[in-house]
Design a protein around this ligand. Structure first.
Ligand code: URA
Length: 238
């Protein structure tokens, strides 16, 4: 819930001070009812706010899940490579969504985008230690000793110490890895430290969110239920 005047100011309608007069004039409605009180709280996800009869867009909180394909860097601009922003339709880009967290250029899978600064901040905080589950194809075959080393907390070749993680061998050259951190090239480096060089990596889930059947390269808005789960778990990690 946010104040109506902040919502309107964020949407670029006018400054907080100018909004006083605008609200008094009856030009703003919430769910069809004129709203004169800038301090009134609204829920941007549910309430319909209009200014001079037109819906106020842009300030709506938008959180999206993309099934990222390989070949795109997770960044808003890049001098050489294609960026994940190229996969976001213009209307969403105009709403100010940015990637949350990072997947390597060659990694596929679940990548979140949001224009909710507070949510983004909470999601990338190291305190948000949610489980991120990956599917990997790799050289060699993982076994019990590898799983035990992951569970104990690996030390990488450069001395980086990783938190305990789960390695589940799926068969020759295939494993599922679950980590709670997001260090640079983490899964690839963890696997390499066991001689299991990764040739393909896909993030299947992040906290309560899963790719499900979302096709490669496509994106969708999170459902109300997913958003609620996300807000709840990030709140408890503050
Ligand atoms: N670990 C990696 O090595 N790469 C990613 O993109 C994500 C996790």
């Amino acid at each position: 819930m946010i104040r109506l005047d902040k919502y309107l100011a964020d949407a670029g309608i006018a400054s907080r001070r100018e909004l006083k007069a605008i609200l008094k004039s009856g030009a703003v409605t919430v769910n069809g009812v004129p709203a004169a009180d800038g301090a009134a709280k609204i829920d941007p996800a549910k309430d319909r706010v209009s200014f001079r009869g037109r819906p106020v867009e842009g300030a709506r909180r938008v959180t999206l899940m993309l099934h990222k394909p390989a070949g795109y860097v997770t960044s808003t601009e890049d001098p050489r490579d294609r960026t994940v922003m190229e996969l976001i339709p213009e209307p969403c880009r105009r709403q100010g969504v940015v990637p949350v967290g990072r997947l390597d250029k060659e990694t596929e899978g679940l990548l979140l985008f949001t224009n909710d600064g507070e949510l983004a901040h909470r999601l990338i905080s190291p305190r948000w230690e949610v489980e991120k589950r990956y599917y990997a194809r790799h050289e060699g075959t993982a076994g019990e000793a590898d799983a035990a080393a992951f569970a104990a907390g690996l030390t990488l070749r450069d001395g980086t110490v990783c938190k305990p993680a789960v390695l589940r061998p799926l068969g020759p050259g295939e494993s599922e890895i679950t980590v709670t951190e997001g260090k640079y090239h983490q899964v690839r480096r963890m696997m390499a430290s066991r001689g299991l060089t990764v040739s393909y990596l896909r993030r299947e889930s992040e906290g309560p969110l899963s790719l499900g059947g979302l096709p490669l390269g496509e994106l969708r808005e999170l459902t109300e239920e997913e958003l609620e789960l996300l807000y709840n778990i990030t709140k408890s990690n503050l």
